[in-house]
Unconditional design. Structure first.
Length: 360
């Protein structure tokens, strides 16, 4: 059985730290917590779980994470944020992994469920190198949206880390990017992609379009970032009411993805739906339901776009076309994922009244 050091960085996490540590305290062999300036009860709570608490002056995420890794004394490092948890099923999987892991493995990737909806459905998922061999001395890189630079023997697991954020630092990352611009830093493709994301999330759509376009036009950069640069740029055009350029940007994503993604197809469907081209919309929504992503894919996956969302939109389209039975069917399919959704329940009552008792 391998041994595991948990390494965390924290600051003012009194609301969530115990919840996180309770999930893993009986699995890991060591808990290392690096505090970067808490003024609440964070350190007091941490002391209930470990005496390995260290202090580090804040100079960015990557330096703080690298500092936390320095304190690991066990064979492998597991890193978590204070607002992450492992659900009971994933705790069991992690215990099994610890007991069976081949020590020749350098890194184990796990799913990161970065968002969930009010019905418990995952809204955003991607893979991260999550359990890494201490002796490899892997380093964190990047000012914002930092990443762990990992190489060697990597295996993919089906374990999920679930993010349960209770607050959001609006504009913080955008400020960091502005500081990079002010000091004359040269942006690479990855920088432009994530800068575009921050601009989009803060409502600066024209500037986001410029950043995404720079990412797309650069020869360098991860192809998956370029796929989503096209998709996210399309969203910006939609927010600006420019449906033609939205559609062009969505179709351009196929240049990089080679085959369609559900995230793209559902958006194309919605573009046609807003133009009342319902048959075309239904074509793209149907395709979206058939495009379940590869479990081993590392890029972003938004499950709504191949599960409940296209079915709910097809319900609307078929209703507009007067095909009530098909509309009812797709509303029922959407309801499998969101059984208590008021919109779906309202639709159900409407269709049952329209179709009669035989369809209840």
């Amino acid at each position: 059985m391998v041994s595991i050091s948990l390494c965390m960085i924290v600051k003012n996490e009194e609301a969530v730290l115990a919840r996180c540590l309770d999930c893993v305290k009986d699995i890991v062999d060591e808990i290392n917590i690096v505090d970067t300036g808490s003024t609440d009860r964070t350190i007091e709570i941490a002391n209930e779980y470990t005496d390995r608490i260290f202090h580090h002056e804040w100079s960015g995420f990557a330096p703080a994470r690298n500092e936390s890794f320095k304190h690991a004394t066990k064979e492998y490092i597991l890193y978590l944020d204070a607002d992450d948890i492992l659900l009971e099923e994933d705790q069991k999987k992690l215990k099994d992994l610890k007991e069976t892991l081949d020590p020749s493995v350098d890194s184990v990737s796990m799913f990161y469920n970065a968002g969930t909806d009010e019905f418990g459905n995952v809204t955003l998922r991607y893979r991260r190198n999550r359990l890494v061999k201490t002796s490899k001395n892997y380093r964190w890189e990047g000012d914002v949206h930092n990443y762990l630079n990992v190489s060697g023997k990597i295996i993919n697991s089906d374990i999920s880390i679930t993010h349960k954020k209770i607050g959001h630092s609006v504009g913080r990352n955008l400020t960091i990017y502005q500081m990079k611009i002010d000091r004359g830093d040269v942006f690479g493709a990855r920088d432009y992609f994530y800068y575009g994301n921050e601009l989009r999330e803060n409502g600066h759509y024209e500037q986001a379009i410029e950043a995404y376009t720079k990412n797309i036009e650069m020869k360098e950069g991860w192809i998956e970032d370029k796929v989503y640069a096209c998709i996210n740029r399309g969203d910006c055009y939609r927010f600006l009411g420019d449906l033609n350029n939205e559609l062009k940007s969505l179709f351009q994503s196929f240049v990089f993805s080679k085959t369609p993604r559900a995230e793209t197809c559902s958006r194309i469907g919605y573009n046609f739906q807003r133009k009342k081209e319902f048959q075309s919309a239904i074509y793209w929504y149907t395709l979206a339901t058939q495009l379940v992503p590869d479990e081993n894919r590392w890029s972003f996956s938004y499950p709504a776009y191949y599960t409940w969302y296209p079915h709910l939109q097809m319900c609307v389209c078929y209703d507009r076309l007067g095909e009530t039975e098909k509309a009812f069917y797709h509303n029922e399919e959407a309801g499998k994922y969101r059984p208590d959704d008021p919109s779906i329940l309202s639709n159900k009552a409407y269709f049952e009244k329209k179709l009669g008792p035989s369809n209840k």
